[in-house]
Structures are given as C-alpha cells and as structure tokens.
Ligand binder design. Structure first.
Ligand SMILES: Nc1ncnc2c1ncn2[C@@H]1O[C@H](COP(=O)(O)OP(=O)(O)O)[C@@H](O)[C@H]1O
Ligand SMILES: [Mg+2]
Length: 305
C-alpha cells in the first residue's frame, strides 16, 4: 500500500493533504484540509525513517503523551493537542491543529526588533508549556526553537514529544552506546558518526544519563539566552555531516563550558545588555550551570518571567 493522498479521521471526517508546513529530522508536516474547510496539520515519518521501528515508536509516544492530558479535564494551553493517530496507508500520522505562525527558529530570524516584553511573554509561555509535562514526570528532552510553535494569536505551543519516553533513541541516532557519547564528543578525535542537533542538550543528556527534568531546564535556559540576546550560545550547528574542524571547535566550546561550570563573562555581559531584572538574569544563568543540582526548577524559571 502507498500513502493515501487523503484520509479519514476516527469521526469519519475526510481530509485532503496539502502543501508542506515544515519538516524535522524525523518527519514531514503537511497541511490537512478537512471537508468543511478547516485547516489542520498532519505529521508523518519520512520514507528513510520507515525501516526502523524506533521512529514509529516515537510517533506513537507523542500521541500517548497527548492522551494523558486529554483525559484530565482542560488540555494545557501551551502544549500541542494531538487529536488523532491515523493510518495513512503505508504509515501512520498525527493529526493536530495547524500552527500558522511557524516555529521560534523562523521567528527569531525574522524579528530582530522584538521588544523585551514580547520575548518575556514567549519565554513565560514556554515554561508554562513545560510545567505540566514535568508535573506528570515527563521530560521533553528536545526543547529547542524548532519545537516551539506559534498559533494565529502568536501564543506558543510546545511540540515534538518524540524523544520523551524513548530512551534508546539517542543510542540509535548516534550509533554509539549512549554512555560513550559524551566521552566521544570531548575526546581528542571526534568521530564523524556523531549526529543530531545537540547544541541545546545538557551535558548529562549528552552523556546518556537517565532523563531528568533538569535537562529540560538547561535546554530551556540555552534557548532563552538566544531569545534574549539574539545570539546563539553555541555558534555551531553540529550534526553528523559537520566538517571535522567544526566538530573540533564544538568540542572546545563544550570543554570550556565544563571548566567554567556555566557560561563565561562575555556571555553574561550579553545577557545583561538584554535588560532583564536581576532575579530573571540570575535564574537564567543558574539554568545553564553544569551541575544539575545548581539549576533551578522550571517553576522557578516561570516565576521570574
Ligand atoms: N502543527 C503544526 N503546525 C505548523 N507547523 C508545524 C506543526 N507541527 C510541526 N510543524 C513544523 O514542522 C517542523 C517539524 O515538526 P516536528 O514535530 O518538530 O517534527 P520532527 O519530529 O521531525 O522534528 C517544526 O519545526 C515546525 O516548523
Ligand atoms: Mg522537531
């Protein structure tokens, strides 16, 4: 069977698949137009990811996580609501609202003139989105700008729960036992096989330790650094195709961070210039600290925004 160009949801509504609205490492996301004209989005695995069951498992987990919240009254305002897990013929798909204003990566590129109050609103909503996950013992594990979406009112929803609850994922992507990964990154001879967008991952997540809420706190703080300063904390987009020279500079940056136990003075100054109040500034700095126990909780981050 091949992928259907149109499909039905569980209630019997018909949909037609339209143009692309985005893609990640794992999936395509397309417009899905319901027969009454309503526009939704459908996410499904790319061809190259159909062979390995781990991707399929990730997709099902995303639906399962959404189901946890569907069963307990009001669905959290800042988490994407996945309505349905559907058979599209040769693969499954996730049906969800179409987020018209794109993701935070695109937003940060196009809107340099963002006011501090707008940035704070985005940051606050991100923490409000992650808190219900943490309250349910779910670690997102992939908090980054591409996984923060904007609706037509410019309110945010957290998406892409493919890595939460999927601990063997990194081992498969990196083609290394997870505990070896961090050692390889900081080793003198980086291997070309390292992969993934790892610039937002905490040192503990990179080293393959048990997922922890404090990993999300780190990623969120790194993301907030970028949001408030307009600068990336790690300048390198690092993936399995990066040239060896970039891998080397990435490794050096990471080593420096570990030595400094957090961000350096220049980076602190960049953040100071953003004009944040001192308790917000201090909490963000603490969020990027190397040791998990020195980092605040998501609730603390939320409170200072
Ligand atoms: N519901 C949606 N509405 C609009 N765009 C979306 C939606 N879901 C995802 N996207 C876009 O597609 C990209 C990839 O989606 P994502 O769920 O992160 O897939 P992957 O698991 O492959 O990373 C996102 O970064 C975003 O730009
Ligand atoms: Mg994604």
């Amino acid at each position: 069977m091949v992928m259907k160009i149109d499909f039905k949801d569980r209630k019997g509504n018909n949909y037609e698949i339209g143009g692309s609205v985005g893609e990640g490492g794992a999936c395509h996301v397309k417009l899905a137009v319901r027969d009454d004209g309503e526009e939704l989005a459908i996410k499904y695995l790319k061809n190259k990811n159909l062979k390995n069951k781990i991707w399929e498992k990730g997709l099902k987990e995303e639906y399962n996580i959404s189901q946890i919240f569907s069963k307990v009254g009001k669905f959290p305002s800042h988490i994407i609501h996945i309505y349905d897990f559907l058979n599209l013929g040769d693969r499954n798909g996730l049906l969800m609202p179409y987020m018209r204003r794109g993701n935070l990566n695109e937003k940060m590129k196009e809107s340099e003139e963002y006011r501090l109050s707008d940035k704070k609103k985005i940051a606050k909503q991100i923490t409000l989105g992650i808190m219900p996950l943490h309250n349910n013992s779910i670690v997102h594990r992939d908090i980054k700008p591409a996984n923060i979406l904007f609706d037509e009112k410019d309110d945010i929803k957290i998406t892409d729960f493919g890595l939460a609850h999927n601990p063997s994922f990194f081992e498969w992507v990196f083609k290394l036992p997870a505990k070896e990964l961090f050692k390889k990154i900081v080793s003198k001879k980086p291997k070309k096989t390292l992969g993934g967008t790892i610039t937002y991952m905490s040192p503990q997540a990179l080293s393959g330790r048990q997922p922890d809420k404090k990993d999300d706190v780190y990623s969120t703080s790194v993301l907030f650094y970028e949001l408030f300063t307009g600068k990336k904390l790690f300048n390198i987009y690092y993936n399995r195709n990066s040239p060896a020279s970039e891998q080397k500079s990435y490794r050096r940056e990471l080593e420096k961070r570990i030595e400094n136990e957090g961000i350096n003075n220049e980076e602190k100054n960049n953040l100071k210039k953003a004009g944040l109040e001192s308790n917000t500034f201090n909490c963000l700095i603490a969020g990027m600290r190397y040791r998990k126990k020195d980092r605040p909780d998501m609730r603390d981050l939320c409170r200072v925004l």
